[in-house]
Write a protein that binds this ligand. Structure first.
Ligand SMILES: Cc1cc2nc3c(=O)[nH]c(=O)nc-3n(C[C@H](O)[C@H](O)[C@H](O)COP(=O)(O)O)c2cc1C
Length: 353
């Protein structure tokens, strides 16, 4: 049975080890959602991961929800991402872009003046969101997408996928968790549509499957998806996650995704890893709450092919080495998770440094 430090193949990607850096929004992008030089430093420092999944990146200006988050929809962004991917590759690593369209989660204070907040239906998400310009704000009331507009949103994902490859990313991951656009289509309380993207379960998963079709057409063998069945984050309610994910995974099986990144379900009765194992035939990346020993055990039990770590990577840029050598793990500072600048971002040292 393969261990955490053995190589693994995910579609076209050959990982040198099975320690994946999980996606983390860190709000260090600059004006117009262009990545900054410190983002290049941050990802370079963590390039010993078998694979880095980037922070959520918006496929279009409408997909931006949070302040200082990056995009992959204009030339300046691609030039800056090219620096990031080159740095990671020069350090021997691999990096894929996580495409995150926030849909109704967002505030106009975080968006370009000509960007809109769109969603399956005009239903505001509960909860408030931080903005640089105006502090905490209610989430925007989204405009419901017309049936005829949905193909255009799918094309935004395809175009961002092409941009990701052109900017040197090794692949792309569809962010299908945490109550963002794909989940807003899948959930019952945020999707009140009466066309063929709403109502029945096959209709509610249709948008996500069509997005995956468009992404895999642009990057065959290099597309993964991230799911967390039953996750209510950002006010989405799925009355029957088992049925939803059965429909989603059966409906996308023909695409032979390179990986499925599965986050443990918050629902005690739902074993998301087991569900994914049954319904998905390619490689699984497991996530949520792992440390070195529990990750090795999950691999030894055959629950998945790789394990991703988010929070441990914040203060431990050399996490792979620390896990391999059994070194102590540093704690991160929660106050600087989303603040601008290098503090609490690129100033964590490697062990023994
Ligand atoms: C600061 C922070 C930002 C995050 N941003 C994202 C994100 O952009 N996309 C995503 O899919 N998950 C995001 N997550 C969730 C993590 O990828 C991961 O699922 C979660 O932290 C549990 O894994 P862990 O126990 O290894 O930290 C974020 C988590 C943290 C702590």
């Amino acid at each position: 049975m393969a261990g955490l430090f053995d190589p693994v193949q995910l579609g076209e990607l050959t990982l040198s080890n099975r320690v994946v850096m999980a996606p983390m929004t860190r709000s260090r992008a600059g004006a117009d959602s262009v990545p900054t030089a410190i983002m290049t430093d941050y990802y370079r420092q963590r390039a010993s991961a078998g694979l880095i999944v980037s922070e959520g990146i918006a496929p279009s200006r409408h997909g931006i929800g949070y302040c200082r988050t990056p995009g992959l929809y204009n030339a300046a962004q691609m030039v800056a991402w090219r620096e990031v991917t080159r740095a990671v590759h020069d350090a021997g690593g691999l990096i894929v872009a996580q495409l995150m369209h926030c849909g109704r989660v967002g505030s106009r204070f975080n968006k370009a003046a000509d960007a809109e907040t769109v969603a399956p239906s005009a239903v505001r998400a509960a909860g408030r969101i931080f903005t640089d310009a105006a502090g905490m704000q209610e989430q925007d009331l989204p405009r419901a997408l017309e049936s005829g507009e949905i193909q255009g949103v799918i094309e935004e994902y395809a175009s961002a996928t092409r941009n990701a490859l052109a900017a040197g990313f090794d692949g792309v991951e569809l962010h299908c968790t945490s109550g963002y656009l794909p989940m807003q289509f899948m959930a019952a309380n945020s999707n009140l549509r009466t066309d063929h993207y709403g109502g029945s379960t096959p209709n509610r998963v249709r948008f996500t499957i069509e997005v995956l079709e468009a992404m895999t057409a642009a990057a065959e063998g290099r597309v993964g998806m991230r799911i967390c069945p039953g996750n209510p984050f950002n006010d989405v309610l799925d009355p029957d996650p088992k049925e939803t994910y059965q429909a989603l995974l059966a409906g996308s099986a023909h695409l032979r995704l390179a990986w499925l990144h599965v986050v443990r379900s918050p629902l005690k009765e739902l074993d998301a890893f087991a569900l994914a194992r049954t319904l998905f035939k390619e490689s699984l990346i497991l996530n949520d709450g792992f440390d070195g020993p529990s990750a090795s055990q999950a691999l030894a039990e055959g629950q998945g092919e790789a394990v991703s770590f988010a929070r441990h990577f914040i203060a431990n840029p050399d996490l792979v080495r620390r896990l391999r050598e059994g070194l102590a793990l540093a704690e991160f500072d929660a106050k600087t998770l989303y603040t601008p600048g290098p503090k609490g971002y690129t100033d964590y040292s490697v062990s023994g440094a």
